[in-house]
Structures are given as structure tokens and as C-alpha cells.
Design a protein. Structure first.
Length: 487
């Protein structure tokens, strides 16, 4: 590997816009594109789901190998990520991937029963392309694995003879670990010696993610604070001990956002486009949003937006109490999201009890999410844990200061409005340390008090809108990491 221009195989189970179920797809589409723009020779490795095969119907043959887990041959096809020049390698084995349903679940919502073999194959192919068994002219210098679905690749590399490029394991969300029964070890062609505590054994089972964490040369997460959080029992999901042991090779790199899609100066979803120099148009967006959602159209009234999965992890239960208390103080709330049915219904009931003050939209609409970011005065994000988070970055870019729990990427991307940070003009939002009703309510109240001081509030808005959350920063950090492994 030459340190200046390493060849990277970026192994992932989803990549936008080819296939998406969550934030992993956004990263897997945007980060390789940003790396490619920096001159990095990067190829994405992706399973051949129906949507991927459809969009890559003009793909050309790249390589093939016998399926180690089932009869037949695995084809590897090469295409391009739409609207980019980033090469995509498709793992085509129709019996595993070309089926109705989602990438991980059947049409009825249950996990595919053969997920261990399906993503074992994805990991196997990633390792094979990095090994001396790869017959093609393109030989990756480094394997970048993402989440549990590619976690076995570092394990295969460790036990295979011959060429062994270094590997990086990126944890996007430690809660998803790819855990399967011990009977999976043999069919996956993993050596018996790997199934132990100092290996991929995890409380008597096999964990794809633990395999990646244990065997990879470097481990990254999607924010520096999350890298520290997961070394503690509270957020370590049973792996905190191993992660602490490997802390010398563990680091966090903040995700970026699509600054073209999320740009209030050019956003096609907004009735009124604006910038830090034309914040009067943001006020017009607020009036339009209040009218659209059936809220009282009142310019002075602070409007708090929440766009989130409605779950315990996202602190949705905490929000219910915060809403109830702050409505009496003249605050409006607009919520967009879906999730836990009982909490959803509680939000709906609260909105019915406070017409014109609370608007609840169950579901998700991309255009409405843009209008809420633009029309709200502040954005509430009380996640119990948040590996990186995106909405707090969208909010700052839209001049909508976030109020958030100081965890993971939220702590890393929001400059808390302390008196010092306000005086220096660096403050961009509000953080609270304790995950309690009182702490969250107090943080919103502090935001509301500052909101009533128009010059200071505009200073906060302007500081947030000038932050650079582009993917180029993340790509440069990863390129530095790749080069350090080359050295």
C-alpha cells in the first residue's frame, strides 16, 4: 500500500441511493463519494438485493468464486453508484439476496432465518477480495467493514494464509450485534479455535460484531464521545470490557451531512428560502408551518420541533412530560415520527387536549421534515444515546438551535450556550447532562429565555449556520486513518 493513495474496499450491507433502511446507508453512500472526490481508489461492496440489481442492471462481470456455504457460484458484478463515479461491487447470489422483503427481514417483519449465512457470505467475499485468492487486477490495500453484517471479514482474514491487508471495523450502532447460535460456527467455515472469549464467542453465542471488534486492526465509531460512551457498562451493550481493552485502536470520527440537500438557501421544500443574512425569511417559514400544522400563527411564541423515531432510546417518554409542562408556559410543539404505539397514542392524546399548541404527525415525510427544520425556533433531541445523530446538524444549518442530551455525537456537534461561549459567539445550542425530566425541561426553558433576546438568538443562529458539517471533513479524517495504517 502506498500511504498517499491506498485502495479501499468499503464493505457494507446498504448504501443510499441503491438500498436504504437507516443511517448506515447514508454513510455508505456519502463517505465513499467524498473519499473518491479526494482521489481515493475506493470500491463499495454490497449484496445483490433486487433493488440493487435493478439499478445496476448494466453491471459488468468483475470476478466469481464458489459459494463456500451453499451450492453454486457467487458472481461479483461492477457498476457505479448513481450520480457518482464511485465503483460498486455487487455480490450476486440470488438464493441469498434476490428475494422479496427487506435486506434483513421477511415481508412479515421477522428476520430472515439464514441471515448468518447471508451476511457471512458478504463478509467472506470482502475478505476474499482482500486476500491472495483475489484473481483480479484490483487488489485492495485495506478492508473497511461497517456494522455487524460485515464483522466476520476481519476474522476470516486473521485465519486465512497469505496476503492479509489491514481492516477497520466501524460501529454505527453498538445495539445491533449480529448474534447467532453456536451451531453457526461450523457452517460459516470458522475455525473452532475462534469460538472462545478471546475471539468471536459472545455469552455462548456467535457475534458478528464482536468478531469485527476483536479481530480488526482499527475500530472506529461515528463520534468521539460515542467511542468513549461504549466503553462504559451503561452504553456498552455487553461489549464495554472488550472495547475498553482495545481503546488504543478505538477512535471516533463524526459523520457528515449532505450539505446540498440540506441547504436553506436552495431547499425546494421550503416556501421561503433564507440564509444567515436573510433570517427574516425564516420567520415566514415559521408562519407557514404553523398554518400547515394547525398551530396558532403567533410569531413571538417559541416553536419547538421534534423529528424522531418514537422510542425509549430517543427519549420520547421524556418528551411527553416536557410538552405537558411547557405548554402551560406558552411554548408550541410540532412532532413528526413513528415508533412505539403506546407512546404514539399518548402524543396524539396530548395534541387533542391542546389544539393549536401541539401538532403531532405520526409517520414520516421528507418534505415536511425540511419545513419543520426551517420553520421551528428550536429543535429538541433528548436521546438516551446517539452514536452520531443528523438532525442536530440539520438544525444548526437551518438556524434552529438544538436542545439535546449531552451524549455521543450530540455532545460533539453542539457548542453549549454557556456564558463564555455566548460571549465569544461560538454557542450553537443547548445541552443537558442528566437524562431527567427536570434537566430536559430546564434546558428548554434556558433556550426560551435566550430566544426572547433577539440579538443574542440571532448570534446563536448565525454561528450554527456557519458550521461546516460536510462529508469532506469526515473523508479527510478517514483518509488520515487509512494512511496511518499504511505507514
Amino acid at each position: 500500500m502506498t500511504p498517499s493513495s491506498p485502495k479501499i474496499l468499503f464493505a457494507t450491507s446498504e448504501a443510499h441511493p441503491l438500498i436504504k433502511t437507516g443511517g448506515l446507508a447514508d454513510v455508505s453512500g456519502a463517505l465513499p463519494a467524498a473519499l473518491h472526490a479526494l482521489g481515493v481508489d475506493v470500491k463499495i461492496l454490497l449484496p445483490g438485493y433486487p433493488a440493487v440489481l435493478q439499478q445496476g442492471k448494466h453491471a459488468t462481470p468483475f470476478a466469481q468464486l464458489p459459494n463456500p456455504f451453499a451450492p453454486g457460484t457467487v458472481e461479483i458484478l461492477e457498476t457505479r453508484l448513481p450520480e457518482t463515479a464511485v465503483p460498486v461491487l455487487i455480490v450476486r447470489y440470488d438464493a441469498f439476496f434476490n428475494r422479496k422483503g427487506g435486506p434483513y427481514q421477511q415481508p412479515g417483519g421477522k428476520d430472515w432465518p439464514d441471515n448468518a449465512l447471508r451476511f457471512g457470505l458478504l463478509s467472506y467475499v470482502a475478505a476474499w477480495l482482500g486476500s491472495s485468492g483475489n484473481p483480479t487486477a484490483w487488489q485492495p490495500d485495506l478492508i473497511h467493514c461497517n456494522d455487524w453484517q460485515t464483522g466476520l471479514a476481519p476474522a476470516y482474514l486473521r485465519f486465512w494464509p497469505g496476503r492479509k491487508p489491514p481492516s477497520i471495523m466501524t460501529i454505527h450502532n453498538l445495539a445491533y450485534q449480529g448474534v447467532f447460535g453456536p451451531e453457526s460456527v461450523k457452517p460459516l467455515h470458522l475455525p473452532a479455535e475462534s469460538f472462545k472469549i478471546q475471539g468471536l464467542e459472545y455469552y455462548g453465542n456467535l457475534s458478528f460484531l464482536k468478531a469485527g471488534v476483536f479481530y480488526a486492526d482499527r475500530i472506529t465509531t461515528v463520534s468521539p464521545t460515542y467511542a468513549r460512551d461504549i466503553q462504559q457498562e451503561a452504553l456498552g451493550f455487553g461489549m464495554h470490557g472488550l472495547l475498553h481493552e482495545r481503546r488504543s485502536v478505538l477512535s471516533g470520527i463524526i459523520n457528515g451531512i449532505d450539505t446540498k440537500e440540506w441547504d436553506p438557501q436552495h431547499d425546494p421544500h421550503l416556501p421561503h428560502r433564507y440564509s444567515a443574512k436573510r433570517l427574516n425569511n425564516k420567520v415566514k417559514n415559521k408562519a407557514a408551518l404553523q398554518h400547515e400544522l394547525g398551530l396558532a400563527v403567533e410569531a413571538p411564541t417559541p416553536l419547538v420541533a421534534i423529528i424522531s423515531r418514537i422510542t425509549y432510546q430517543k427519549g420520547s417518554d421524556l418528551v411527553l412530560g416536557v410538552m405537558h409542562d411547557l405548554i402551560r408556559e406558552g411554548v408550541q410543539f410540532a412532532l413528526l415520527g413513528t415508533g412505539d404505539a403506546a407512546i404514539e397514542q399518548a402524543f396524539v392524546n396530548l395534541a387533542r387536549a391542546h389544539p393549536g399548541r401541539i401538532a403531532v404527525t405520526i409517520g414520516y415525510a421528507e418534505d415536511l421534515s425540511h419545513r419543520m427544520e426551517a420553520g421551528a425556533d428550536m429543535f429538541l433531541m433528548p436521546s438516551r444515546y446517539e452514536p452520531c445523530g443528523l438532525n442536530q446538524m440539520y438544525s444548526q444549518r437551518y438556524g434552529t438551535p438544538p436542545v439535546a442530551h449531552a451524549t455521543g455525537g450530540l455532545a460533539d456537534t453542539i457548542v453549549h450556550a454557556t456564558p463564555t461561549h455566548i460571549a465569544t459567539g461560538d454557542a450553537t445550542g443547548f445541552l443537558f447532562r442528566e437524562m431527567t425530566h427536570h434537566a430536559c425541561t430546564d434546558a428548554v426553558r434556558r433556550a426560551v429565555r435566550l430566544y426572547r433576546d433577539a440579538p443574542l438568538w440571532q448570534q446563536l443562529q448565525s454561528a450554527g449556520m456557519q458550521r461546516d458539517f460536510s462529508w469532506q471533513n469526515s473523508a479527510e479524517a478517514y483518509l488520515k486513518l487509512y494512511r496511518s495504517l499504511a505507514a
